[in-house]
Design a protein around this ligand. Structure first.
Ligand code: AMP
Ligand code: ZN
Length: 119
């Protein structure tokens, strides 16, 4: 029997409130919660509530969610007081990027000076 994403996906479990998370924003399409292993003073993950494994799996006709998430990231950054000091948004996609969780998520990082290029 085919398993639904929620049974296999930790982020779907967080969406369904079957797993704890420090939620910083929620609406009917988007959830944002703090990363469990923060890499900066602000490290929030922003995800669509619909399960897509990665950017490669978002259909063209659903691509508007990506803009919605970016606009939400901007608002969360402002709310957390890093809108002007600066922040980095990271979207890892597939193996070479280091993507570890296969429910698309944008990292919002800020609150410290960051290096470039990333490792
Ligand atoms: P990525 O390497 O882009 O797939 O990043 C996955 C991120 O998810 C990592 O930064 C993890 O620390 C984070 N993460 C994994 N499990 C959880 C969880 N249960 N709650 C919050 N963040 C998590
Ligand atoms: Zn999922």
């Amino acid at each position: 029997m085919k398993r639904s994403p929620i049974e296999d996906c930790i982020f779907c479990k967080i969406i369904a409130k079957k797993m704890p998370a420090k939620i910083v924003y929620e609406d009917n399409r988007i959830l944002a919660f703090d990363d469990i292993r923060p890499q900066a003073p602000t490290h929030t993950l922003i995800i669509p509530k619909d399960h897509f494994a990665s950017l490669n799996d978002i259909p063209e006709d659903k691509a508007d969610i990506l803009v919605d998430i970016l606009m939400k990231a901007r608002r969360i950054a402002a709310d957390k007081g890093i809108g002007q000091s600066g922040y980095r948004i990271v979207l890892n996609t597939a193996r070479d990027s280091g993507q570890d969780v296969f429910h698309i998520h944008f990292h919002l990082l800020g609150g410290r000076r960051m290096a470039w290029p990333p490792g």
